[in-house]
Design a protein around this ligand. Structure first.
Ligand code: DOR
Ligand code: ZN
Length: 343
């Protein structure tokens, strides 16, 4: 039997929600990852250290006793965040970054930042306090084609941010285009990117050809094959600027299979297995460990994890859903076969 054993990985971009959904999803992440950067886009958003600490306790309480998992908290930037909030957060051992959602860009981003230039004093404070900025890089302009929103964000905002704050560590979250890969490659060592399994595995045909498939709908939207190939090349290149961040984003099946379905792919049930499939197909299984277990930790200046996880080349079928029937969540590749299995 073919197996691979790698150092215990981290998920550097994860949504776990709260309440009943949290209880369903957290065991999936905790069985494969030692730590995860937790997104703050709850309703209402997590904007203060005090809220993040309460949320952290709620997450820890949902982790099964036999598993060891550490949530790494982030705060949600709004138009009312202050320089003092940044200083306060930077002092907390549990707060690892601030997340910038352009207002209206995605799920629960209504309280996000409407005027990006207006928060430059906050970015200066983050640079000075050396706390990373995580960016959902899409413009929200209705006139901008949804497939162009990441590229236009880079040209309109990101280049200006990196020019003005050269010392600010930035993660361009869930990159989806060749242009974003190129931007990260051309930027200094403080600029990195996460890449999701869905953007590595699928192009937009998976979402739109032969009928609309809502479980492939996420933001930024999956793009053309040309872009997928650029992402695979970046992820499997061994460049430390690119690391694992699933953006696993659970929504109830009923809210995705709807006339106006929510954005987000649920991938925590099989995250590492999905990435292994990508790396194997690219002939780069030897690069999976650093992408999954080293580069993210190094970027966040966290110690690399001790312990290992092992994957086996065994086919298994992904269930049609997880959770109680009225709270069911449909996973990525539901009812399909995966080729790698976490032991
Ligand atoms: O598809 C997405 N879902 N993209 C995001 O940026 C947010 C996420 C969510 O929270 O559901
Ligand atoms: Zn996300």
């Amino acid at each position: 039997m073919k197996t691979i054993t790698i150092a215990k990985p981290d998920d550097l971009h994860l949504h776990v929600r709260n309440g009943a959904v949290l209880k369903t999803v957290i065991p999936h992440t905790a069985r494969q990852f030692a730590r995860a950067i937790i997104m703050p886009n709850l309703k209402p958003p997590v904007t203060t250290v005090a809220q993040a600490l309460i949320y952290r306790q709620e997450i820890l309480a949902a982790v099964p006793d036999e598993l060891d998992f550490t949530p790494l908290m982030t705060l949600y930037l709004t138009g009312s965040t202050t320089v003092d909030d940044i200083k306060h957060a930077a002092k907390s051992e549990h707060i690892h970054a601030f997340k910038l959602y352009p207002a209206g860009a995605t799920t629960n981003s209504d309280s996000g930042v409407a005027d990006i230039k207006a928060i430059y004093p906050l970015l200066a404070a983050m640079e000075q306090q050396d706390i990373p900025l995580l960016i959902h890089g899409e413009v929200t302009d209705d006139a901008c084609d949804i497939f162009d929103r990441e590229r236009v964000f880079i040209d309109t905002y990101l280049t200006d941010i990196t020019d003005n704050f050269p010392g600010l560590r930035i993660v361009v979250e869930h990159v989806t285009t060749a242009e974003a890969v190129q931007f990260v490659l051309a930027s200094g060592p403080g600029i990195a990117a996460t890449i999701t399994p869905q953007h590595l595995l699928f192009n937009r045909n998976a979402l739109l050809a032969g009928g609309i498939k809502p479980h492939y709908y996420c933001l930024p939207i999956i793009k053309r094959e040309f872009h997928r190939l650029a992402l695979v090349k970046a992820a499997t290149s061994g460049n430390p600027k690119f690391f694992l961040g699933t953006d696993s984003a659970p929504h109830l099946t009923s809210l995705k299979e709807a006339a106006c379905g929510c954005a987000g792919c649920y991938s925590a049930h099989a995250a590492l297995e999905l990435y292994a499939e990508v790396f194997e197909r690219a002939g780069a299984l030897d690069k999976l460990e650093a992408f999954s277990s080293f580069y993210g930790a190094d970027f966040y200046r966290l110690p690399r994890n001790s312990g290992t996880v092992t994957l086996e080349k065994t086919a298994w079928k992904v269930p049609s859903a997880y959770g109680e029937s009225d709270l069911s969540i449909t996973p990525l590749k539901a009812n399909e076969e995966l080729t790698w299995k976490l032991v």
